[in-house]
Design a protein. Structure first.
Lengths: 298, 318, 216
């Protein structure tokens, strides 16, 4: 399966911030969640991908097209919803849609009319007078009606109320289900992505911390409550993200790449496992970040 | 009426407003910088010519004597060679064409440069190298068009040489010489005068009464000359152009006759025909209005293309 | 795409375009009417007054060109150019469309001037040796507005930091010149700069020269 988006050792530098050696691959047809705390470089990575910023080193391809050499071709098949609204405020909803349709040959005007009704948008209202939720819906509408092969959504639901958020995300999900499009969605709302995405990449301080299928991300990380001489587990076949010992001969570990057969390996070293607990996506995300930052400090 | 005068006129009904505006304008005018160096440099062409004339007169001679004994040197600063490259050969040809026999010797040398302010007398006229431009390359003059100004100065000097050899009657009628090169000096001005004059003979001439046109030029023997010196110079120039070689000699030949007869002798045709030709040229002569000076249009188009190229080539950036 | 850009440009600048059209339609009519002398034979004062009024043509051209350029990029700049840069067309093409759309709106103003000038000339008796130049006036107005528009267009499209540095440098030069003048020192660099901008070869040279609708 080819990749819809590919970063190969991409570097970018600006005052006070740098992205170094970023390599990621978004499989075609996947819904890829791009996670990271504020200031991690998620939006910068998206801007690099869309040619809004110049790449310092490395290569980026979008839908098989090199960026920026073949950018217009890539953008013709890419629907983009930015973090901040970027449309002309003096236009009305209808005029903004008309302008967008003029530049996108596959724009589906009939569907746009349906979505206007479904999202309850007033066609004659100037964009400057739209609420945050209405603007969010309009941005999604324009991106979807382009009929793109790739949807790039940068914090699409940030600041939106739950009802609008649900409308926006369900429109995306419906589109993906029908068209097999690829979605690249960046967010710091981890729980939202948990339900939506089948791939996840985590960014922190300009570096990609991890990238894997969502299933592995959620299920590969466990909290182990251990009893016994845990120093015997030094050569464990899993990554220990954190250790805490509140009492002697007792410890709580958070481990990554956990598999069920590893309980036998632990038992064989005289350590008892009182409990293996699942972490949700948010807890797993926090633990991975914390471990990475400790390594970076060391 | 200037734009300031118009504004002041419009403010008349408002008490004190016109005086306030006038005071503000006076203060602002006092802040304006002195005239530019370019204008001063061009003016030096005329000043030096006048100085040379004054020097020759104070020595008891005329300008022609000065030239026979040595050249008139036009001193300039920062004038490019190319400004005079075409003007001087044209002046040489025009000068020679005025005389039936060999033309009187004239030598014009233009000398300038950052180290050159020495006034020297050089050689004599030769037929194979009539005029020599020894200008020094320098910074291009800004401000008024240097070619037309230089042409005017050279033409005026040559015109003055012609007039120096004339009799008092002709000098009284003309005062300025008939500038033998380029466009006749009064041609543009003639159409302006004809359009705007309120003098009776000129108005009648403009409105189609050809019998009144000689009176407008002062050819009727009267003392009133409604049209300007430049216009009369253009008429004499038209007579010289029409008369061909020796026209100037024929014009000088009979100082006791009327100007009308003298012009007819020079031109080989009646002065009314000359006037008709001048009037036709003035009628067809347009300032060009906003379309005059097409160079400005081409330059604007060039800057427009450059700006667009810079933006498109650089592209828009965040 | 071009028609969409023209609609976009019109939406953002229609108030100014309509105001400019009103101004250029009124100018020839009002200027000739107000310049007309009491004595119809007094052509000299008619031409002098008309010359005074003709200053408004380059003034309107300059203001219109600068304003249109500012309005062209204003909403793009507000959105950090993100919308423009994520459209599926080459950037030079987008710039070209932006320029063309502005140029077409400017052409509409010049066309309005041409029609008003033709009407004025057709209804004004003219003395002998005076000529009317409605087409040259409208064409010069259009070209002058375009020249100012393109220069301002290029300046406004520069990155924000470059514009800030440039603006500060210019203000510093002006302040320094004022100081030199007040202290009575030698040094005059602003006037040569202004002369360079507006002389025949300068970028704003087209604003100079003759602008009279009726002239010799």
């Amino acid at each position: 399966m080819s990749d819809a988006i590919r970063f190969d050792h991409v570097a970018y530098r600006t005052r006070g911030f740098a992205i170094e050696g970023l390599s990621l691959a978004v499989p075609t047809g996947s819904i890829y969640g791009f996670l990271g705390p504020n200031g991690a470089g998620k939006t910068t990575s998206i801007r690099l991908m869309l040619g809004l910023l110049p790449v310092g080193a490395g290569a980026i391809t979008v839908l098989g097209r090199k960026v920026p050499a073949e950018l217009p071709v890539a953008l013709a098949a890419t629907g983009y919803v930015p973090e901040r609204p970027h449309l002309h405020p003096f236009l009305t909803v209808a005029e903004s849609i008309d302008l967008h349709a003029a530049f996108h040959v596959r724009f589906d005007r009939r569907w746009a009319g349906e979505l206007i009704r479904e999202f309850r948008l007033a066609p004659d209202r100037p964009l400057a007078r739209l609420s945050k939720g209405e603007m969010g819906k309009l941005l999604i509408l324009q991106a979807l009606c382009q009929q793109p092969e790739l949807l790039v959504l940068d914090e699409p639901t940030d600041g939106l109320d739950p009802v609008v958020r649900r409308d926006v995300l369900s429109a995306v999900v419906d589109y993906v289900a029908e068209r097999q499009a690829t979605v690249f969605i960046s967010s710091h709302l981890v729980h939202e992505l948990e339900r939506l995405c089948d791939w996840v990449g985590v960014m922190d301080q300009g570096r990609l911390v991890t990238e894997m299928p969502m299933e592995h991300f959620k299920n590969g990380i466990k909290r182990l409550r251990l009893r016994g001489p845990t120093e015997r587990l030094a050569e464990a076949p899993f990554a220990v993200l954190s250790r805490s010992a509140k009492e002697p001969e007792s410890a709580v570990w958070v481990v990554d790449r956990w598999e069920a057969r590893m309980t036998e390996w632990i038992d064989a070293r005289g350590v008892a496992i009182d409990r293996v607990e699942d972490l949700d996506l948010e807890e797993g995300f926090v633990e991975r970040l914390r471990a990475r930052r400790e390594v970076a400090r060391a | 009426m200037s734009s300031l005068a118009l504004i002041l006129a419009l403010l008349q009904p408002v008490p004190g407003a016109a005086d306030s505006v006038r005071r503000v304008v006076d203060r602002l005018t006092a802040l304006l910088p002195a005239p530019s160096e370019a204008r001063t440099a061009l003016d030096s062409l005329t000043l030096e010519a006048q100085a040379a004339r004054a020097a020759s007169e104070s020595a008891g001679g005329t300008l022609t004597d000065t030239l026979v004994n040595g050249p008139l040197t036009l001193l300039t600063t920062r004038v490019e060679r190319r400004v005079f490259a075409d003007i001087l050969p044209e002046a040489s040809r025009a000068w020679s064409g005025l005389f039936a026999g060999p033309a009187p010797e004239v030598w014009l040398e233009v000398r300038g440069g950052p180290w050159g302010s020495a006034r020297t007398l050089v050689g004599r006229h030769r037929e194979d190298t009539a005029f020599r431009a020894a200008t020094h390359l320098g910074v291009r003059l800004r401000g008024p068009d240097p070619e037309s100004f230089a042409r005017r100065v050279v033409g005026e000097v040559l015109g003055q040489l012609l007039l120096d050899r004339a009799d008092p009657g002709l000098r009284d009628w003309l005062v300025f010489g008939p500038t033998p090169i380029g466009q006749p000096a009064g041609a543009e001005e003639l159409s302006y005068q004809l359009a705007t004059s309120v003098a009776p003979a000129t108005r009648a001439c403009r409105d189609g009464d050809r019998s009144r046109c000689p009176a407008a030029f002062g050819l009727d023997g009267g003392t009133t000359k409604e049209l300007s010196l430049a216009a009369r110079g253009a008429l004499v120039r038209a007579a010289l152009d029409a008369g061909g070689p020796g026209a100037w000699d024929r014009l000088l030949a009979q100082p006791d006759r009327s100007m009308s007869d003298r012009l007819a002798a020079a031109a080989g045709r009646p002065p009314e025909a000359l006037i008709d030709r001048l009037m036709a040229r003035a009628r067809a002569d347009r300032s060009g209005g906003p379309g005059a000076d097409p160079l400005r249009w081409w330059v604007a188009a060039g800057w427009l293309a450059l700006a667009l190229g810079v933006v498109a080539g650089g592209g828009i950036r965040r | 795409m071009l028609s969409a850009m023209i609609r976009l440009h019109w939406k953002s600048s229609r108030a100014w375009v309509l105001a400019a059209i009103a101004a250029v339609v009124a100018l020839p009519i009002v200027s000739v009417a107000l310049a007309w002398p009491h004595d119809s034979a007094d052509v000299a004062s008619f031409l002098a007054r008309l010359d005074a009024w003709s200053l408004f043509y380059p003034a309107v051209a300059g203001v219109l060109g600068a304003v249109m350029a500012g309005l062209t990029w204003r909403s793009d700049r507000r959105g950090d150019f993100v919308y423009a840069l994520t459209l599926p067309i080459e950037r030079w093409r987008y710039v070209w469309y932006r320029f063309l759309s502005g140029a077409m709106l400017i052409a509409s103003v010049a066309a309005a001037l041409w029609l008003a000038a033709l009407l004025t000339v057709a209804t004004t008796p003219r003395a002998a040796f005076l000529h009317a130049y409605p087409t040259a006036l409208a064409a010069k107005f259009g070209l002058a507005t375009l020249a100012v528009f393109s220069a301002s267009f290029a300046l406004v499209a520069l990155p924000g930091r470059v514009r800030q540095v440039g603006a500060r440098a210019i203000l510093a030069l002006i302040a320094l010149q004022a100081l030199v003048f007040l202290l009575g020192w030698q040094g005059n660099w602003l006037v040569p700069v202004l002369e360079a901008l507006t002389d025949r070869f300068g970028p704003l040279g087209i604003l100079g020269g003759r602008w009279m609708l009726i002239d010799v």
